[in-house]
Write a protein that binds this ligand. Structure first.
Ligand code: SIN
Length: 533
């Protein structure tokens, strides 16, 4: 198979808010390649409904945002990291607006000001949003700026396979990342990209679960590649389940934004009983871990297959204006949110752990940075506060860019070998891949979901290991395809989630286990770390 080599000053994997912001900040200093799996707008960011949490009003304060974040995070957040991100927030928002982002505004005493939404766990209105399509508007603004930049090349339909490190090349010097093998899905060829600095901005891993709010691209590629290359992975047991995804046989992954509860939406069971009363002082607006567990408990108790979210007490005109996307999408499935409660279920939504990074997004593998959902910075701890992630992505994209520009690596005199597909032939048994995809996602949902036990986790680990053996054999025997590569990454991430969950012998934040139902004081501030030896 033919192979082509491409050299850049900066390589960015992923085209969501983190990757695009980073690319714009380094492009004046050299050539930048953005490698993205599908089309350039297809990212988790694009589907973000809620918005960006930041302190922009006089009624709000940094202290309040910091304390809400720490409360949600179950004593596992790094307070200095939280404070730094919160305090940088207003400046990063200003930059985004200067770049062309249009947030929703409202009139106040004759002048326009930013309209601030509220979401679970926030004690103030502080969510900047563009109606209920915030992510789409962010992608529009950033991609327009990218298109105007001649130093940036976007490689669409290119899927990164593995990081190339000097250790893998048998070099004696310090292990560092020097390139990436990438499958070009248009030609079927594997290309070698080289750069002295590589930034992962690949998002999360929602597709490891059967039910998720995430798009198909969220297959944990960044975490899996970083782990295989030797970087440290932290806190993967903390998978956030969004309490309210639309429950409908044909609605794939459609989120009902927490902003709906922020505007007064109330959760109830199928008999109309409001089950959040007495569970948490914020009731339906409690932090997500509390709400998702309460829905799970209520569904198990009653045997119902979903819960209800009722916002019908708000004027229809307000709902249609504030939530145009949710209104239209629900209506297309036969649910008029202005007249009837919305059927909802929890679904996997956000990966709070990831590749462990320092203050500037630097990993412990030289030459490799990680920003956005793929990274574990210390902000989210055991449970992410709603809408903090887009803010974290903006802050870390800027910091990583600054660090990479200030610390140019010594050139590494090493020629990157071409990809060898060995004796691989075209796959003729794709059914094995699709069967294993389904099996993996279902077993993660059944055994590693909202409520866990050691027995279920051990059962899951045994199954994941079996699947990994099969996938590995398939990987060596056949030509690589994106389905196979994504399955391999999902299996790696599943293994990391299960092993991390087994290591945490307590319940904290999003990790709830019946075997250890209480938090353990001595484990507060202890991250779960895994590294491939
Ligand atoms: C939502 O709109 O509910 C999602 C916001 C988030 O996950 O931060």
């Amino acid at each position: 198979m033919a192979d082509s080599s491409r050299q850049f000053d900066f390589l960015v994997l992923g085209s969501g808010i983190a990757g695009l912001t980073f690319a714009l900040k380094v492009a004046h200093a050299g050539s930048v390649a953005i490698i993205t799996k599908k089309n350039r707008a297809e990212s988790n960011t694009n589907y973000a409904q809620g918005g960006i949490a930041a302190v922009t009003s006089e009624e709000d304060s940094f202290e309040s945002h910091v304390s809400d974040t720490l409360d949600a995070g179950g004593e596992l957040c790094n307070e200095a990291v939280v404070r730094g991100i919160v305090e940088e927030g207003p400046a990063r928002i200003k930059e985004l607006i200067q770049l062309g982002m249009k947030f929703s505004e409202r009139e106040n005493r004759g002048h326009l000001e930013l309209d601030l939404g509220r979401e679970g766990g926030h004690s103030n209105r502080r969510i900047l949003h563009a109606k209920d399509v915030t992510g789409r508007e962010i992608e529009r603004a950033l991609l327009a700026a990218i298109a105007a930049h001649e130093n940036i090349t976007v490689f669409e339909n290119h899927l990164a396979i593995d990081l190339i490190t000097t250790a893998k090349l048998g070099q004696a010097q310090e292990n560092r990342c020097v390139g990436v093998y990438v499958l070009n899905n248009q030609t079927g060829e594997v290309e070698t990209f080289s750069a002295p600095r590589i930034t992962l901005a690949t998002g999360g891993c929602g597709k490891v679960y059967l039910y998720t709010s995430n798009p198909d691209i969220a297959t944990g590629d960044g975490v899996a590649m970083a782990y295989r290359a030797g970087a440290t992975i932290a806190n993967m047991e903390f998978i956030q389940f969004h309490p309210t995804c639309l429950y409908h046989p044909e609605a794939k992954s459609f989120l009902i934004s927490e902003a709906v509860r922020g505007e007064g939406g109330v959760l109830a069971n199928l008999r109309g009983e409001r089950f959040m009363e007495g569970v948490h002082p914020l009731e339906s607006l409690a932090p997500r871990d509390v709400v998702a567990r309460a829905i799970d408990r209520e569904m198990k108790r009653s045997g119902d297959d979903h819960a209800l979210l009722d916002i019908t007490h708000k004027p229809a005109r307000f709902l249609m204006d504030r939530f145009p996307n949710i209104y239209k999408t629900c209506l297309s499935y036969g649910v008029d949110i202005t007249k009837e409660p919305i059927p909802v279920v929890p679904a996997a939504h956000y990966q709070c752990g990831g590749v462990r990074v320092g203050r500037h997004g630097e990993t412990d593998l030289a030459g490799l940075y990680a920003i956005g959902e793929v990274a574990c910075t210390g902000l989210h701890g055991a449970n992410r506060l709603a809408s903090n992630s887009l803010l974290e992505a903006l802050v870390y994209a800027r910091r990583a860019a600054g660090h990479e520009l200030e610390h140019p690596p010594e050139p590494v005199a090493v020629e990157l070998p071409k990809w060898h597909s060995g004796s691989a032939t075209d796959p003729d048994e794709m059914v094995v891949v699709s069967h294993n995809w389904d099996e993996l996602r279902r077993l993660m949902w059944d055994y590693v979901g909202v409520v866990r036990t050691d027995k279920r986790l051990k059962r899951a680990l045994a199954r994941v290991r079996n699947l990994q053996e099969e996938i590995q054999a398939y990987y060596w025997d056949f030509t690589v395809t994106s389905d196979l590569l994504e399955l391999r990454n999902l299996a790696t991430v599943a293994e990391l989630i299960v092993r991390s969950a087994l290591e945490r012998r307590e319940s904290r934040g999003l990790h709830y286990t019946l075997d250890y139902p209480e938090p353990v004081d001595s484990l507060a501030r202890q991250d779960t770390l895994l590294r491939c030896e």
